[in-house]
Every structure is written in C-alpha cells, then in structure tokens.
Design a protein around this ligand. Sequence first.
Ligand code: BES
Ligand code: MN
Ligand code: ZN
Length: 490
Amino acid sequence: MSKPVPVTFHDTDLEEIATAKGRVAVVVTPDGRMDAGARRANRLTKGALKRMIEAGVMEDAKPGDVISLSWPTGMAAEALDIVCLPRTAKPDLLRKAGSALGKLKDHKSFLVLAGQVRRPEELALGLSLRAYDFTARKTAGDKDAGEVRMMVADSDAAEAAYGPAAAVAEGVFLTRDLVNEPANHLTTTEFATRIEGLRDLGVEVEILEEARLRELGMGALLAVGHGSESPSKVAVMHWRGGTKDAAPLALVGKGVVFDTGGISLKPAAGMEDMTMDMGGAGVVTGVMHALARRKAAANVVGLVGLVENMPSERATRPGDVITSMKGETVEVINTDAEGRLVLADVMWYAQEVCKPAALVDLATLTGAIIIGLGHEKAGVFSNDDKFCGTFLKAAEAEGEGAWRMPLGEAYDEMLKSRIADMKNVGGRPAGSITAAQFLARFVKRDMPWIHLDIAGVASVKSDTAHAPKGATGWGVMALNRLVSEQFETS
Ligand code: BES
Ligand code: MN
Ligand code: ZN
C-alpha cells in the first residue's frame, strides 16, 4: 500500500543547509523577505536569491510558484527550489505551494526551509498529497518514498498540527490505491480483505456474504452481482469514537469493482476506465481509515456494496423485475444503471440497522454528471439545506469542488413503470437528477441525506491541484471535515 512520504519538523540548523543532499526548498515572501534559513541559502549561493528578488522575479511569480536552480554553487544539494508565498497565505494556497514541491519527483531527500511559513503543516500536507505515485502494478515495485525534513519556526507546534493532517493523507492514499487498482486484482473478495485491514486501527468490520444478503432480501444489489463469478458482499465498518449512545453518521459507497454495463453492454472504447466504478466505496473506506487513524471523537459507520457488473447467462436481463430490501419492485430497463440498485439496498440496510442521524452516499453514478460539471466539481443532491450547506463549506475549505443540483417531484415521475413500482432509468434528460431521485425513494422520511455523484472527480486524466492523474481521493478531506465540524463531540 502506498504510504505518504514521512515529513518531520525541526528547528533551523544553518549548517545542514550547506551539506544537505537531494533538494533544498526555500520559502520567500513576494516582497523578498528572508528568514535565517533563506539568508543562509542566499549567502551560500553568493547572493543568487537576492539577485532574483531584485530582478523582480518574485513579484512576477504567482503565489505558490516554484523556481528551481540546478546544482547551486556553494551547496551540496542538486537543486534549490525557491517558493514564493505571502506570509498571510491561507491553507489552500499553502497546500498548492506544497503540491508544486511534491510534483518535483525523486526527492529521496528533501529539506524545506519554511521558517517564514505560519502553518507549515499545510505546506507538508500539499507536498505529500501530490507526491503520491501508484507503483503497485509495476515490476520495479515500490520506490523508496524518501523523506522530507522541514525547518520551521516552532517544530513542536508543527508536529502536533501535522498529526491529524497526516492521518487524512493516509486515508486519501488508501482511497487512491483502491481506485487505481485494476479489477482483476481488486475483486470483491480482495476489497473486503483490505477493509478487514482497518481492524488494526480499531474499526469494527463486518462482511455480509451472499447468503446473508439473500436473507436480508437485498434483491436489487444481488441482481447486479449475479452475472459475475465474484461473490457480492456488503462491508460494514463501525468507528465508535463518540459518546456511547450517539446516533452515527452513515456513509454509503457504491463499490462496483468493474462495470461492463452487464447485458446492456458498454461500448469497448474507454471501458477500461470502469475499474474506478468502486470510487464511492473507495472514499468511504479512506474516510474510515482517516477517522480511526486520528481517533476522531465521533460515531461513523461506513457501508459499501461490493459487486461486479458482468454479462453472463446468469446476468439480470433488461425487462426483469426485481425486489429491493425495502420491498418495492424495480423494472430493470438498462442493466448499466446498476449503481442505484446497489445503493438502494445498502442505504436501506444502513437506515434500518444502524439508525443513523444522517446519511451521505457517494457513487460514480452517472456519465451525465460529467457532461454537466466536467471533472472540476462533484454533483451534490440533498433533501436538507442546512446539512448540505455545511458539506459544501467543508468541501470548499478543502479545495474539493462540489456543486448543488436540484431534486423535485417532476423528476421523480420520470421513474414511473407500467409493471413495477419504478424503473431504474428515467431517460436521457436530467440523467444525474433522475438517478438521485431513484435513490431518494430509499431515504426514510426526515432523514438528512446528501448524495454525491463523483463520476467526474474520482479519477481524472490530467493532474489536479492535489493529485497526479488517475485516482484523486476526492471527498476524503471534505467528509473528514464534515465529521469534525458537525459530528465530533470535542
Ligand atoms: N458507472 C457508470 C457511470 C460512469 C460513467 C462513471 C462514466 C464514471 C464515468 C454508471 O453505472 C452508468 O453506466 N450509468 C449510465 C446510466 C444510464 C444507463 C441511465 C450512464 O451514465 O450512462
Ligand atoms: Mn453502469
Ligand atoms: Zn456503474
């Protein structure tokens, strides 16, 4: 499993600046102010920093830009990276600057002179999130991630503040690993095994196998997994860090380990991307890891439906009518609209069994959300303005794009079926909304609920502010913040 590069915080040691191998980064302000570390780097390089500042390079640089000098004279380092950051930089800018450093590959050893940075833990978080690399399926194997040493004004304070941030970074990395993993490796069984690994952190894990799912009447979820050799499963993860009787927040994730479309088979072009169709389950697992790792004072239960959507002689046919755990029947018009079937049963189970205070579901649910919002923002649907507002603010604070979409009765009517209680598709118009509306039928009255359609943001084809291309881990940080702001007792 990929682990974030270890970051340690130290007091400024002027001797080490000359002798440090690998890369050395130095933070200066746009007006050219230097701390003791920067002044030492300037002196060693015979005034290179000062000359850059005087030439106006820093004024032209956008905050967070990095200028690299190779093999600087007077230093043992192979590169001196100069980062321009205002003293008042907010966390998002600090993370962006950290990310620009994290992008500089092969930093076996990286010394960062951050004496002027007020919240160095944010710089460190940005750096480690961007330095992620998925190497598990390359024969060269896991590269040594190296180490990052930061010289800061108050090393004890930085160390303490970085603790929870590093826990969240681990959660993000777990999510990315799961989402990047191909489907022949990450089967439903392998996914469940990795979830069981959370027991080491104190998470209670229960795996519901097919026989149990049948007893529970999860006909919708089972209809999706039916065509595959891989057994369908539901994993339930309890983190009980809050007060004993407090109702938990429930997080439900779509875990389709591969989505061929089933009998309504997808076209070949781009089908390989459907290894990421377990992205919702990946985020739920990553959040549970983060909460347990930082010992969050909250009760949170994560539930994921793990299935594979395959065509075979056992697969569900278009036109079949299935019965959900709720008891309502669904006419399957298109076997490629499978995510909502999985979620319907897991959401119902979550409410029936876990009696949550609120419910959030995450799913790579519709291609239509990518048409609407692209890869910048996830679609947010909710029946509760206040809960939704808190989430949107949390996502904004973490730099994870999110945009609210509407719900409404007219959309719900598009799901009416001639022969069953509902159809699983509502036609092409408003595809993401009718999908959300389908889920809304499985939300109990008065349950505060948010649905996150992450089809556009779970995995991307070009680098983002936080992540290299591929799995992003979108949502782990926002949900972690939602928990700390709304569900944590202390
Ligand atoms: N997993 C897909 C949605 C998806 C598409 C995720 C592209 C990521 C990238 C989902 O199961 C699906 O196939 N949805 C269909 C629904 C349609 C049949 C109503 C879609 O969006 O085309
Ligand atoms: Mn599908
Ligand atoms: Zn799908």
